[in-house]
Design a protein around this ligand. Structure first.
Ligand SMILES: Cc1cc2nc3c(=O)[nH]c(=O)nc-3n(C[C@H](O)[C@H](O)[C@H](O)COP(=O)(O)OP(=O)(O)OC[C@H]3O[C@@H](n4cnc5c(N)ncnc54)[C@H](O)[C@@H]3O)c2cc1C
Length: 228
């Protein structure tokens, strides 16, 4: 379920357990008997990106389609680490767009004889937005330095992904309020970001599971697996 680009892909990289319970990557090709990719319709988020299922009905995949050299959870986790790191930066961009739009609008919109930017409550929103964006930028910049040195852990990447998506969603909501009624229209980027961020807070690991990853990292206890 929920596979980006599945309806248009030529190949799918699938991680699956073999008879011994070890995870391997394999390349499943469009046209293989029993392999279908039905599209998921009715999405209200990430509508520019096509999503679908990967359905396997007794698909026979030749041995040469096994990804070489890597097996175990580390291989897919390596992919997830990179994607989550990318998301941590990407959502800062969404937050900055919402902030920029809100700042500009607040200076143009006159109410009770003054731009709404001149009212303390608007300034509180804008000041907190830029503070949170700056904190997220520094968190992710440091993570990038660690990544360059090969020292960024999956747990640190989880923390950044979770923090930054949550930060961006909250900023989108505050920015929407600054735009008043206009904020719900397509004339401004706010609702598009907000709706897209609702996917981003769930995919590449949900908000809650990333919290539990941090919890496990600092306590040594897994709160999300019953077998640990
Ligand atoms: C638009 C979109 C594109 C996607 N693209 C891809 C893709 O290309 N490839 C891919 O592999 N996946 C993709 N995904 C899947 C995505 O990673 C999953 O949707 C996500 O991991 C959550 O899984 P789920 O939807 O099954 O929710 P569930 O696992 O059913 O979770 C539902 C809720 O229960 C909570 N929960 C679940 N287990 C626990 C627990 N043990 N303890 C506490 N709370 C728990 C979750 O945090 C969540 O709030 C995509 C999803 C979307 C929405």
């Amino acid at each position: 379920m929920w596979i980006t680009n599945s309806p248009i892909c030529d190949v799918a990289v699938v991680w699956a357990k073999n008879e011994e319970g070890r995870i391997h990557g394999l390349v499943v090709e469009r046209g293989m008997e029993g392999f279908t990719t039905p599209e998921t319709h009715g999405k209200w988020s990430l509508r520019a990106s096509r999503t679908g299922e990967l359905v396997f009905d007794n698909v026979k995949v030749p041995k040469e389609n096994l990804l070489p050299n890597k097996s175990g959870l580390g291989a897919p986790l390596g992919c997830l680490d990179s994607a989550r790191y990318g998301i941590a930066w990407g959502v800062i961009g969404a937050a900055m767009d919402c902030y920029d739009s809100a700042l500009r609008y607040s200076q143009e919109r006159i109410q009770f004889g003054k731009p709404i930017a001149a009212y303390q409550l608007t300034q509180k929103k804008l000041a907190e937005m830029i503070t949170e964006i700056t904190k997220a930028q520094f968190l992710t910049y440091r993570l990038g330095q660690l990544k360059n040195e090969g020292r960024a852990s999956s747990q640190q990447i989880s923390m950044a992904k979770r923090n930054n998506v949550d930060m961006a969603l909250k900023i989108a909501r505050e920015a929407r309020q600054i735009h008043g009624g206009m904020g719900i229209t397509g004339e401004y980027p706010i609702m598009r970001h907000m709706m897209n961020l609702e996917s981003v807070i769930t995919y590449e690991g949900t908000h809650d599971i990333h919290l539990l990853i941090t919890g496990m990292d600092i306590t040594g206890h897994s709160a999300f697996r019953s077998d640990q």
